[in-house]
Design a protein around this ligand. Structure first.
Ligand code: SF4
Ligand code: SF3
Length: 553
């Protein structure tokens, strides 16, 4: 096992990477190895699909397979070794289809098909856990003695593309797909498989993945808003009400919608958890009266919070932790890309087992005192109040904007983000998104002339919405985004955040403060490049950073 994809990766004697019997996230070495093999074969699929597309040939089965399969290997998504054996078997079949597609397209074009190797041809000796694990070394990212800068860039590409594929999977779930995105995914998978040693080509590909991810997030935004309407400012109850209950976590709004429909009239209340909180702002979702509130905070606290939740739980995407620790393994269910060995998995959005588990639980015995947080400040509602915001800036009532958001995690250094939010002066506005917001979204931040000082833009993918807000403000002030009184304070944890970071960099956004630490796979040279080219800053001390930002603005 060697896995270095997330912020909490182990670090022994300055040697980063989880490489013992289990990663810090709970992923067993065997599962990590099987994930490497799956990723390897996915690259093989794309090697053929990319070449076939250049000859005008595409196949829906091939295209549809890669992104959702890649998603299963993100941090805190799927821990089920058997599921990866199945996926590897399916991937081998899809690769054969992609190979035929390419061979036939080359033949039709009167060309000789290229002989491809490595991920394009590798086959296991047998399709079982033991045989696969014995051969997994060929697919390890740590394989070979790659120079540290090349290794850093290869990691950035793989993890950025993983995040992008995860968002694309969400877009597919809300009925959006795009030829351009399929082509881009295959192109960059193929590029990664080529193991380029050219630093400039690798940097160019990183920016390409950033741009691709921007288009994916735009597509997902379109899918969510077409289906559920544009989010509107909404007060969300964060204390329980009496009755049977289901908790829905993760990012998949379609899962929540289906469940809301299936549960109608059954007397069960639904609560959102973690990244599902922004769902309350969507008109088509908030219309359901049994979507009663939000429960708990960010993903890292789930073992305690789920243990105390007196109902059933649905995990629609990342971030899942070991459900056996809190003793709620009988009443938690996974869906879509998520999995844990022995935990019930919902197939085809048939939520009957989840509903049954909720009915068997006691539910909340009584109403607790009402408390609320606000959501629904995505691009449409913020830009609807743009005149007010622009006047606020012109009159000097709003001195600065901060975007404080991204992924949360368990490390103590993450207090930085809590402290930073607490120290924002009263004449500044905070935009937030991702699960990092739970560090400060229940505090009272007040308002500036009716504009709330904390505006919850949405999930991490709603970085797209935040970018649109920034671009519109820049237009209004006839300047560049980098010239706005705006500072981005980004917390990263997993690969979706890597994709968002690449998108921000590809847009040329400078002066991003990134923490709580820099990605462990980056080499000093690559970090220097990012610092010099993009003015990227590692987060330091909240008070000192705040002083420096306000002094410079
Ligand atoms: Fe380690 Fe993170 Fe990989 Fe889990 S996902 S094995 S914690 S690096
Ligand atoms: Fe959080 Fe996992 Fe990333 Fe979507 S739920 S921001 S960490």
């Amino acid at each position: 096992m060697f896995c270095i994809q997330c912020e909490q990766t182990q670090n022994r004697d300055n040697n980063p990477g989880c490489q013992l019997s289990r990663g810090l996230c709970g992923k067993e070495a065997e599962t990590a190895d099987l994930q490497d093999l799956l990723n390897y074969i996915l690259m093989g699929i794309s090697m053929y699909a990319h070449r076939a597309r250049a000859l005008g040939a595409a196949d829906a089965d091939v295209d549809h397979f890669v992104a959702p399969a890649f998603f299963t290997t993100l941090t805190n998504v799927n821990f089920d070794a058997d599921r990866f054996v199945e996926l590897i078997g399916e991937a081998i079949e899809v690769r054969a289809k992609a190979r035929n597609l390419y061979t036939e397209a080359a033949e039709a074009a009167g060309q000789a098909a290229q002989e491809l190797h490595g991920p394009a041809t590798w086959l296991p000796t047998a399709l079982n856990r033991q045989a696969l694990q014995a051969q997994a070394h060929i697919a390890s990212i740590a394989q070979g003695d790659t120079h540290e800068d090349i290794f850093a860039m290869q990691c950035l590409l793989i993890y950025g593309l993983k995040g992008c594929c995860a968002y694309y999977t969400h877009a597919l779930e809300v009925g959006k797909e795009s030829e351009e995105i399929y082509a881009g995914i295959h192109q960059y998978m193929d590029f990664i498989a080529s193991k380029s040693q050219e630093l400039n080509a690798l940097i160019e590909a990183a920016m390409g993945i950033g741009n691709l991810n921007l288009k994916v997030m735009a597509l997902l935004d379109e899918g969510n808003t077409d289906r559920f309407g544009h989010p509107v400012p909404t007060q969300v109850r964060v204390t329980p009400v009496k009755g049977k209950a289901i908790l829905v976590s993760g990012h998949d709004l379609q899962d929540l919608h289906e469940l809301l429909k299936q549960i109608e009239g059954k007397g069960i209340n639904i609560y959102t958890h973690g990244e599902m909180l922004p769902a309350h702002g969507y008109p088509e979702l908030k219309a359901y009266s049994h979507l009663v509130g939000n429960y708990g905070g960010a993903w890292q606290d789930q073992q305690k919070e789920f243990a105390n939740f007196p109902g059933a739980i649905l995990m629609t995407s990342n971030c899942l932790l070991n459900p056996n620790v809190g003793g709620y393994q009988e009443r938690i269910f996974t869906a879509g890309p998520v999995g844990w060995n022995g935990i019930g998995h919902i197939e085809n959005r048939n939520f009957a087992p989840l509903i049954e588990a909720a009915v068997a639980q006691p539910g909340f015995a009584e109403d607790q005192i009402e408390q609320f947080v606000s959501v629904g400040f995505a691009r449409n509602s913020v830009l609807g109040a743009a005149d007010k915001v622009i006047d606020g800036v012109k009159s000097g009532a709003i001195k600065h904007f901060f975007l404080i958001g991204g992924c949360d995690g368990a490390k103590p250094g993450r207090n930085y983000f809590t402290e930073f939010a607490e120290q924002t002066p009263d004449d500044t506005v905070m935009l937030t998104l991702g699960c990092g917001k739970f560090r400060f979204n229940k505090q009272q931040h007040g308002d500036i002339g009716g504009i709330p000082r904390l505006l919850d833009v949405g999930q991490c993918n709603d970085a797209y919405s935040a970018i649109q807000i920034a671009v519109a403000l820049a237009d209004a002030f006839d300047c560049e985004v980098n010239d706005l009184p705006l500072t981005l304070i980004v917390s990263w944890f997993e690969q979706k955040a890597a994709a968002v970071l690449l998108s921000l960099l590809a847009l040329g956004i400078k002066n991003i403060h990134l923490g709580p630490s820099l990605p462990p796979y980056l080499s000093p040279t690559v970090v220097n490049f990012l610092v010099e080219t993009f003015d990227l800053k590692p987060t330091g001390n909240a008070q000192q950073d705040m002083e420096a930002i306000l002094k410079a603005s």
